[in-house]
Design a protein around this ligand. Sequence first.
Ligand code: FBP
Length: 305
Amino acid sequence: MSKRVKEILSWYRGENPGTLTNLARLLNHGRLGGTGKLVILPVDQGFEHGPARSFAKNPAGYDPRYHFELAIEAGCNAYAAPLGFLEAGAAEFAGDVPLILKLNSSDSLFSGSDPSPALTGDVDDALRLGCSAIGFTIYPGSSARNEMYQQIRELALEAKSAGLAVVIWSYPRGSGISKQGETAVDVVAYAAQIAAQLGAHLIKVKPPSAHIDQEAARKVYESERIPVGTLAERVRHVVQSAFNGRRIVIFSGGEAKGHDALIEDIRSIAEGGGFGSIVGRNSFQRPKSEAVELLHEIMDIYANA
Ligand code: FBP
């Protein structure tokens, strides 16, 4: 076990040996194994955005086995997906890559302003499929947020009792927050704090913009001169907001974009002390060899940070 992984595990001393072992599995697997950094492949976009928007660019992605292969070939720390995708490959690829079962999902066919995801899996499913962790999305800013907080409180308790790790995707969204506010640095930092308080071991947020959304927060950012001018500074602030860096915070890739723009973001995230990335569309929407090359480039930036 590397010194860094041991140090990270020490932040989670309240957890049982099963959960610590599963956290270690996530941290020790793949090309970044042992570095304390993670790159995770998430493929829940088929449910969240629909099949064509997700897979038409690279039709190999319609096949659930493709994503296991991509995560394995690229040496990702883990592969995260909803129930159906994991059930379709968990036996064939058993033991090849740590799995994270996403326990809630929402589709884009209902266009209300307040996301209210359904529970689409449970802890027993995660155990049956050999997962290392459960995954759950919360939408701070939605009128349904309190229901989500209560659901993850129950699920996290159950998962931890069963020795699993808990990953929370924290996405501010809904009628309580403006579009610009969804990625505002104060809001993303707050979202990371909420996920940490809900007991997440790993927290996933979007890269924060320089916008400050909440008036009460703005006064503090200004009076305390919190540096948020560059992406690296904002990432540092978000990581600090999740228990002063004592929780693993990783950042999403976002919509498919050009190589250079993505790499620039990753460099800033690494410079700001981010623990890694979760890269979905930017990887599985490219041809596999290109995706593997890109994921390796991303991993090497984190490895050398
Ligand atoms: P991407 O790299 O494709 O952005 O995936 C990361 C992710 O967290 C997915 O797990 C999730 O489906 C997606 O972002 C949600 O995106 P949106 O903001 O459009 O709901």
